[in-house]
Structure formats: C-alpha cells, structure tokens
Design a protein. Structure first.
Length: 215
C-alpha cells in the first residue's frame, strides 16, 4: 500500500488522464464512426469507396504505428506544436472509429429494407432517412457491441502512456523507472482501468435497459 499512499497524487493524475483521453477519443471515434458508416451505406459510389478504404486501412494498421505517425509525423507536416494528449486522442479515435463504423453498419443492416423504401416514397432524402428512420431502430442492436468497443478503447489508451501522455500506464512507467516494486504498481494501475471499464459497462447496461423499456 505504501506505493499507492506515497504516490497518491501521481496515481490520481494518471487516472484522470486516462479518463480524459478515453472520453475525448470516444467522442472522436463515435462521430467519425457514424459518419463513415453513413458513407458505407450511401448510394454515392465515391462515398462508399472512401468508407471502405477508411475501415480497411485503419482496422489493419497496428495501433502503435498510428501513435508513431500521429506523434512524430503529423506535428512535423501538418500541425506543429499540437499537444501529445490531442495527438494520442486523435490516433485512438481514428483507429476505434473503424470498429464503430462496422458495428453501426451491421446494425443498419438489421433494419428491414422496406423502412428505407417507405421513407423514400415519402420524399425523404438519404440523410433524413438515415438519421430519422434507420439509426434510431438500429441503436438497440448496436449498443452491446459498442460497449465492448469502448471498453477495448479504454485498454488501448494505455499505449498513449508511452508517448508522453499522462495516464495510468505512464504512472507505471515512471514508478518502475524509479525502482519501485512493479507488482503493486501493476495491481493499482489495473484497478484504475477496472473502475473505468466497469463504469462504461454500467452506462451501456443502463442505455440497453432504457431501450428495452422503450421497445
């Protein structure tokens, strides 16, 4: 316990850092995932091609490589001076968006085709049909896989600790380099991740329960 009590502010800072990067990258991933999912089912061929390329490239690229690109390439070419936190959140968000896209697309495919045809017969555009008819019905199917994706995102955020981002993994790295026993450090870091993942799981169970009531 001495490792925790003697370095409680450091552990707290790392915990808050993990929560922040998880929250920011989750928002990025969700927004991009919904947009790319719309591209994937769009009647416009160039949009479908772009969505397919996005998913194929990001899902088959190692996340560590994306962090390397965002940390060392992006600031040199596009956005010099960008903070490591934002760069890490972008890498994590872009990577996770490809998985969210496929989960949303699978949910869209569960909605009967007649729903979209009825919307078109009423004169609704593709965007209106997707936003007002298809996505609300697909949400019930999409929630369970989204829960797993966001939990995986939380665990993947540990990679950010190796790229100058203050998080729980970064705390482990700092204390290990200072010569502290590695086992209790890993135990407390793992507990921090468990708290976050349990909170995400509980939040999605709440949403699923609300959707079941609405059904």
């Amino acid at each position: 316990m001495n490792v925790l009590t003697d370095h409680l502010p450091l552990f707290w800072e790392g915990f808050i850092g993990t929560v922040f990067i998880t929250a920011v990258s989750s928002v990025i991933a969700l927004v991009l995932g919904l947009i790319i999912a719309g591209f994937r089912v769009s009647p416009v061929p160039p949009l479908r091609f772009f969505g397919t390329a996005w998913v194929t490239i990001l899902r088959n690229t190692p996340l560590t490589l994306l962090f390397l690109v965002s940390t060392f390439v992006v600031p040199e070419i596009f956005f010099p001076g960008m903070s490591p936190f934002l760069l890490g959140a972008l890498a994590l968000g872009f990577y996770t968006s490809s998985f969210i896209c496929e989960a949303v697309r699978s949910g869209i495919n569960t909605v009967p085709v007649g729903q979209a045809e009825a919307a078109r017969s009423l004169g609704m555009t593709f965007g209106q049909t997707l936003r007002m008819i298809i996505l609300p019905q697909a949400t019930r199917t999409v929630l369970p896989p989204l829960s797993s994706i966001f939990i995986a995102l939380t665990k993947n955020s540990a990679i950010a600790g190796a790229f100058a981002v203050v998080d729980l993994f970064g705390v482990q790295k700092t204390l290990s380099e200072d010569g502290y026993a590695i086992l209790p450090i890993f135990v407390f870091v793992a507990l921090g991740y468990l708290i976050i993942t349990f909170a995400i799981s509980g939040l999605f169970r709440f949403f699923e329960h609300r959707m079941e009531v609405a059904r």
